[in-house]
Design a protein around this ligand. Sequence first.
Ligand code: SF4
Ligand code: SF4
Length: 165
Amino acid sequence: MQKGNYKLPISQRVYLIAILKGMGVTARHFFKNILRPGQMPTISYPEVKRNYSPRFRGLQILTVKENGDIRCTACMLCATACPAACIHITAAEHPDPKVEKFPQEFNIDMLRCVFCGMCEEACPVDAIRMGPTYELANFDRSDFIFTKEELVKHGNNTVSQVKHH
Ligand code: SF4
Ligand code: SF4
């Protein structure tokens, strides 16, 4: 056969079979989703939310002691371990002589965080955990810098109440 002389069969030139096949696939999924909505792969987010694995690494939580005091001792290990350099801590002396230090400021820049969990791994006193929350949307870049107060608020978070890995 000479190059350039090949002609597609009529069935392929009008694309009719391919169009009907495509419509068949669409119709099959349409009726399957209507008849068996429980098996649909999509969900009506945000009304419906997926259950994530307990190992899911979401927004950080700063845990507190039973008396409500923050557990963090401002040792800086998490900030040192963080590969994204997004944890900023200002340590201060605690008024209670039995407690050496506490974080006067503890900020995490969530626009830099890569959710690696190294901060949680590094902490010797279980003061920071990766929580279950994955929703992270704001209108202003500055709102992505989470303060100590916000990080505490992320969970109902005495250590006994926060998930265990
Ligand atoms: S999860 Fe990783 S990147 Fe995010 S603050 Fe912790 S150590 Fe840094
Ligand atoms: S959260 Fe943990 S590792 Fe980070 S400064 Fe506080 S005590 Fe140290």
